[in-house]
Design a protein around this ligand. Structure first.
Ligand SMILES: [Cu+2]
Length: 341
């Protein structure tokens, strides 16, 4: 009996380092790419990252029901003068992480966005507006709260800075040849200081890893144009399997609730009165959604490019219930690279 116990203790001791010590040094040691602030670093480590996000919005919804652009502009339907039809959006997201200690990792994220919106007018015409620029920069302290062998929990204490413009303009048929202020979803920034709190849990065992993260964007005050964007609450969890030392696959679910805009830009008052276009309505911005992500992580654990990662995640909607008419999101692709040293 004593020998059996001794052997059990010995086998546990030997099994412990490979089974139950959480490590980022494996392909699934980072979350699926669409998750931000998912991991902390060891003291003294740096990480640079770049993500390219492509988002396709095509067609509108009112609640969970699809509504066509012709219905949105029809006097017997939505009764708007103009309906958005499509909105392709691209984002380049640059990130830096630095860990002054193993307990605290500091992270800065700088987004550059470019958007296009295609519209249908009641008369049957179409036109496209464009905007681009830097979005809201975020600064986050990731604080390791607990580290218990194969699992860890950290706090995401972040803020969003109002670095993005809320005054982008472009030519529309009604404004030509001048430029007019573009509606809410075409503005790269929020114009407010935001709190971005969150909590992240990570676990690993054998070839598997998993995690969960809850985050929020809480808008503080009101911007210079007398409104603030809706607060946003997101919960996501994922599971990943390492298929080799370098390669891992992941599945993820993400649910989020976005509130409507509080206040309103006075510049849109006349357009709201004339039911010009749904995108100038402060109360047609909110919604609830559930998305599924399928991802791939590639990690180089040795050689000259040690610490180099490549990852892709495709995110598809499962459910969206929008205060509409509002454009639905059809597909998001995130491609990125990370390098830790
Ligand atoms: Cu990192």
């Amino acid at each position: 009996m004593k020998r059996i116990i001794k052997m059990m203790i010995l086998s546990m001791l030997f099994a412990t380092p490979c089974l139950s010590q959480w490590t980022s040094g494996r392909p699934d040691g980072h979350a699926p790419l669409g998750v931000m602030g998912d991991h902390t670093h060891e003291g003294g480590e740096f990480m640079l990252s770049y993500r390219f996000v492509s988002m396709q919005m095509d067609g509108s919804r009112d609640g969970t029901d699809a509504i066509t652009a012709s219905e949105v502009v029809s006097p017997s339907g939505g009764n708007f003068m103009i309906s958005p039809e499509k909105m392709p959006m691209q984002m380049h997201m640059f990130g830096v992480m630095f860990a002054p200690s193993s307990r605290i990792t500091l992270m800065a994220m700088v987004p550059f966005v470019s958007m296009e919106m295609e519209h249908l007018t009641r008369a049957g015409g179409s036109f496209t507006t464009k905007s681009s620029g830097i979005g809201d920069v975020s600064l986050t302290a990731l604080v390791l709260l607990s580290e218990n062998g194969s699992s860890r929990v950290h706090l995401n204490a972040g803020i969003g800075l109002p670095t993005g413009s809320i005054e982008e303009k472009d030519v529309t048929p009604a404004s030509a040849p001048n430029k007019a202020l573009l509606p809410y979803p075409m503005q790269p920034g929020s114009g407010t200081l935001d709190l971005r709190p969150g909590l992240t849990y990570l676990g690993q065992n054998g070839a598997w890893s998993w995690g969960a993260q809850a985050t929020a964007k809480i808008r503080l005050g009101e911007n210079d144009s007398n409104y603030r964007l809706g607060n946003q609450f997101t919960g996501t969890f994922w599971g990943a399997r390492r298929l080799s030392q370098a390669f891992g696959l992941s599945v993820r679910l993400a649910g989020s609730r976005t509130g409507n805009i509080e206040g309103a830009n006075p510049a849109f008052a006349g357009m709201v009165q004339n039911r010009m276009v749904p995108t100038v309505f402060a109360d047609l911005r909110g919604g609830t959604r559930l998305d599924a992500g399928l991802g791939m992580n590639y990690y180089l654990s040795n050689g000259a490019l040690h610490g180099f990662r490549l990852a892709v995640e495709a995110i598809l909607p499962i459910y969206q219930n929008l205060d509409g008419p509002q454009l639905e999101t059809d597909l998001q692709i995130v491609v990125g690279t990370q390098y830790a040293f």
